[in-house]
Design a protein around this ligand. Structure first.
Ligand code: ZN
Length: 262
């Protein structure tokens, strides 16, 4: 874990990247900001979390770090120990955690709940949607650090994801008052979805998806297929994190539209 601070004193704002070692956009976005650092009014910490998994080019060495919180300092698992260290490092901070996916080229936020912090910050980030994950946070960073906003920055390993990460870090620093840049509201209205159950995926050699993330799908419409076997929607919902190859056992998740931030 690499920690760099801008500004003096105890930081109450932090940016963490590369919790997953196969998502270099977080590290790259942080390094781009540190290479051209903004003038800061308040201290801010930057953390490149899973350096060992990054070096290995793997999502994790022993355990998915974003399923390992609050962690265990005595564990044999690298990520269980790292989760403890990250929790201690970031305790009390408003945190931006950078991720990337195989499901969506744009940016969207994941939050535990729609708190005043989320209401204030998310409309000032270049995100297309906010996904509330309350009820599905076992082992996630939210279970230790609820004042975290995760942002999915685009496709894993793409140069766009790294550029998006840098942009959203600078927007977050403005929105939290770390910098005195203007922090305009980016979108007039930002849809909020509640994360629901998984869309199961059977073992197969070829997968396809037919639905699009954050676009409503009606009962009876095809969602995806495994080796030509089509999965249909049993009821209307909004797909989230939907991709052909992103996860081993699920195509993605069902979500419901629960409101708008404006
Ligand atoms: Zn991730």
């Amino acid at each position: 874990m690499r920690v760099v601070q801008l500004g003096e004193g105890d930081a109450s704002v932090a940016v963490v990247g590369s919790i997953h070692g196969d998502e270099p956009c977080g590290r790259d976005g942080i390094e781009a900001v540190l290479a051209d650092p903004p003038a800061v009014e308040e201290p801010v910490k930057f953390v490149v979390a899973n350096e060992e998994a990054l070096a290995a080019g793997e999502r994790y060495l022993d355990t998915d770090l974003n399923r390992a919180f609050p962690g265990n300092p005595d564990s044999e698992s690298h990520e269980e120990r790292l989760a403890t260290d990250l929790t201690a490092e970031l305790q009390g901070c408003t945190v931006l955690a950078l991720h990337s996916t195989q499901s969506y080229g744009g940016l969207f936020a994941l939050v535990d709940d729609v708190t005043p912090t989320v209401r204030n910050i998310c409309p000032r980030l270049s995100v297309d949607a906010v996904v509330r994950t309350a009820g599905a946070n076992e082992g996630r960073i939210f279970s230790s650090l609820p004042e975290t906003i995760e942002v999915e920055c685009g496709y894993q390993g793409s140069p766009e994801a790294a550029e998006n990460a840098e942009r959203v870090i600078r927007e977050f620093l403005a929105a939290t008052g770390v910098t005195d840049d203007p922090a305009p509201v980016v979108a007039a209205s930002l849809p909020v979805f509640q994360l629901g159950g998984p869309i199961p995926k059977d073992g197969a050699t070829e997968y396809e998806v037919f639905a699009r993330n954050f676009e409503s799908i009606s009962a009876g419409e095809p969602i995806a297929a495994a080796d030509g076997e089509t999965v249909y929607a049993e009821e209307a919902f909004y797909p989230v994190l939907l991709s052909a190859e992103g996860y081993e056992n699920v195509f993605g998740y069902r979500a419901t539209h629960i409101g708008e931030l404006d």
